[in-house]
Design a protein around this ligand. Structure first.
Ligand SMILES: C[S@@+](CC[C@H](N)C(=O)[O-])C[C@H]1O[C@@H](n2cnc3c(N)ncnc32)[C@H](O)[C@@H]1O
Length: 244
């Protein structure tokens, strides 16, 4: 399902500039994940690459990056960061690029946008098909603990010149829904309200680990992004795996 049609214009600023600057994250990805486990990495497939902000930094570190995303408007924006010939419009649960990569990356809880367990299984399988033995599969999740926290939080507001963006999360069954409201000032000083819902889900760390092992991966390390050691209070967790 295509998501982020409206929020797309604000996401880089809100999520990747104000809330989670990407410098530390890229440093973590390059030095603590890729160089630590596969220092001779050359090629990276970044699934759910968004507007290519992470890819742009990885390219600066001399990696060859292919960016894949399901949203064509997103890929249009990514053209400023990734050469158009290296962008692929596809569903990360169902693609075939007819080659393998040194690393497959799915960053910033993008996997949580696959709201059915079967889609996670398909994504693991297809990623495994696009790797050679020993090469890396890296992704991160927001934990259930983190989504529960966000659900309890107050709404967040961000002002952009004429527009105000409001973000809130609600839980419906086991799906966490971002309700995104954008108030756009009109020429006659009123506001138009545009709304969008983005759905996410998470699963217990052990269930994910077990499935990765079933799907022919070694799980090399599971890291709490903020505190290193995994605990019941971990909010954001990276899985670093390689193909068996
Ligand atoms: C949280 S954003 C990505 C953030 C980006 N990876 C980063 O590190 O800043 C989630 C992305 O997942 C993409 N997405 C959601 N479902 C997808 C699917 N089935 N296949 C490919 N991309 C998908 C969305 O279009 C969006 O670009």
């Amino acid at each position: 399902m295509k998501t982020y049609n409206v929020f797309l214009d604000y996401y880089d600023e809100i999520v990747r500039n104000i809330n989670n600057p990407i410098e530390d994250e890229v440093d973590f990805l390059v030095n603590d994940c890729i160089k630590q486990y596969k220092p001779f990495t050359k090629t990276i497939l970044e699934t759910a690459c968004w507007t290519g902000l992470i890819a742009k930094e990885l390219i600066k570190s001399w990696y060859e990056v292919i960016g894949l995303d399901i949203n064509k408007n997103m890929l249009k924006k990514a053209e400023k960061n990734i050469d158009i010939k290296n962008l692929v419009l596809a569903d990360m649960t169902n693609f075939d690029l007819w080659k393998t990569f040194d690393v497959i990356l799915c960053n910033y809880n993008s996997i949580c946008h696959l709201t059915k367990w079967k889609q996670w299984q398909d994504f693991f399988k297809i990623s495994n098909n696009h790797l050679e033995k020993d090469w890396l599969f890296i992704f991160d999740i927001n934990t259930i603990f983190e989504f529960e926290n966000i659900t309890r939080d107050f709404a967040q507001f961000y002002n952009f010149n004429n527009d105000t963006v409001c973000l809130e999360m609600f839980k419906k069954d086991w799906i966490y829904e971002w309700l995104i409201k954008i108030f756009k000032k009109t020429e006659d000083w009123k506001y138009d309200l545009i709304q969008e819902i983005v759905k996410e889900i998470s699963f217990p760390i052990n269930k994910i680990k077990k499935e990765l092992i079933n799907q022919w991966f070694n799980v090399l390390k599971i890291i709490d992004y903020h505190y290193n050691e995994i605990s019941t209070k971990s909010e954001r967790v990276y899985f670093i795996c390689n193909k068996k």
